[in-house]
Design a protein around this ligand. Structure first.
Ligand code: RB5
Length: 144
C-alpha cells in the first residue's frame, strides 16, 4: 500500500522540531518528505515555506508542515501559493478547526512559541481531522 506523503520543512529556528515531527509522521504511517533545512546555519524562511507549498500544490505531498521561529513568516510564504491554505496553529483546537473549517493543507508551527508536546498534538490532530465541507465549502473555494 502506498503511504501518503507529508512534506516538512523549516528554517534554522525549527530544525530540531522538524526532526521530531518527521519521526512522528513516519510513526503515524505516512512518508515524510524532508525539504530542509538540515542544519542550524541561518537560512531564509521564505525558501522553505515555498518548498513545502510547491510540494503540496504539485500533488507531491498530501499535506505540508512548515516551521520557523514563530510560524508567522513561513506561513505567509506558504500562503503565496494559491492552492495552499497554510494555518498557523498553537494548540489542538486551532489544528482541528484549521482542518474542519478551512481545509488547511499546510500546518504551520512556531518552534519558539510552543513546546514539543503541543507541536506533536497539533500534528496528530491536523492529520487525523477531516474537512467538514457543508457551509465551509464555498468559503474555502473563495480563497483560491
Ligand atoms: C528567524 O530568526 C526568525 O525570524 C524566523 O524563524 C521566523 O520566526 C520568522 O517569522
Amino acid at each position: 500500500m502506498t503511504r501518503e506523503t507529508i512534506a516538512i520543512a523549516s528554517d534554522h529556528a525549527g530544525v530540531a522540531l522538524k526532526a521530531l515531527l518527521a519521526e512522528e509522521v513516519e510513526r503515524l504511517g505516512y512518508q515524510p518528505l524532508d525539504l530542509g533545512t538540515h542544519g542550524t546555519q541561518s537560512v531564509d524562511y521564505p525558501d522553505f515555506g515555498r518548498a513545502v507549498a510547491k510540494a503540496v500544490a504539485d500533488g507531491q505531498a498530501r499535506f505540508g508542515v512548515a516551521i520557523c521561529g514563530t510560524g508567522i513568516g513561513i506561513s505567509i510564504a506558504a500562503n503565496r501559493e494559491p492552492l495552499v491554505r497554510a494555518a498557523l496553529c498553537h494548540d489542538v483546537t486551532t489544528a482541528r478547526l484549521a482542518r474542519q473549517h478551512n481545509d488547511a493543507n499546510v500546518l504551520a508551527l512556531g518552534a519558539r512559541t510552543i513546546g514539543n508536546e503541543v507541536a506533536l498534538d497539533c500534528l496528530r490532530t491536523f492529520l487525523a481531522t477531516a474537512f467538514e465541507g457543508g457551509r465551509h465549502t464555498a468559503r474555502v473555494a473563495k480563497l483560491s
